[in-house]
Design a protein around this ligand. Sequence first.
Ligand code: ATR
Length: 274
Amino acid sequence: MTDRYCVFGNPVAHSRSPAIHASFARQCAQDIAYEAILAPLDGFSQAVKRFIGAGGKGANVTVPFKEEAFRLCTRLSPRAMRAGAVNTLAFAGDEIYGDNTDGAGLVRDIEVNLGFTLAGKRVLLLGAGGAARGAIAPLLASRPASLFIANRTADKAEALACAFADLAMVDAGNYDKTAGSRFDLVVNATSASLSGTALPLPAGIFAAGSLAYDMMYGKGETPFLAQARAQGAAQLADGLGMLVEQAAEAFFVWRGVRPDSAPVLAALRVQLAA
Ligand code: ATR
């Protein structure tokens, strides 16, 4: 019997997850089917229950349902609890298990694929929404020298820093507060590029040899990466690697085998450039 998985989102037609998981399944000789399901904005939990009823074994969750998925779960992984959001569901009997592989995917892309060691580095995280929240604990687990969360609305950054104060001293504030500091890694977790706005990053924040990382990706350079290049970042990376790595981690949660993400990322990179 082929095990069924899916990604729930709205919109979801653009999702690359079905192609990524089909590649993983071929590579690992796993008999699974993976589809994209458009859930109505007011009908996420019904869509999940319908999928479970039809024999679904697990699912990914994307925008805008990650927080709702968190509330729907009967059991959560520690990293999902920390993130306050779920991107990976696994179904067994009455149990809906929720995990969050986004932060692990980000860190794996940075450390393994890009070869950038986080230990001892000064990290600046831009944004204080769900995407930023999910990245904090996994980033801190790699022992950076410092973490600063900058956000347009300073209160939200400060609240996030407080929420993770048991893990490390985290600094927070608006973009102006980063002036005069230098960072080895700057991660864009804002949705500013969706509206085409540039972030108010003070000059001189990119240290020598710094990496600018955008959780977003698209055809060509993202607006944040163009800005980072102009402001002197040495290395640029978009979020395509994170997308593939969070999927690999979800595949591992479901199937207990870890696919080789490198060929899948390379193929996706070629497709995106076409
Ligand atoms: P997500 O789940 O993708 O993180 P979100 O929770 O809506 O989405 O958070 C979006 C983030 O992008 C927020 O940090 C938001 O800043 P505010 O908290 O000040 O709203 C940030 N953001 C969105 N548009 C922005 C813009 N034009 N300039 C700066 N920050 C922006």
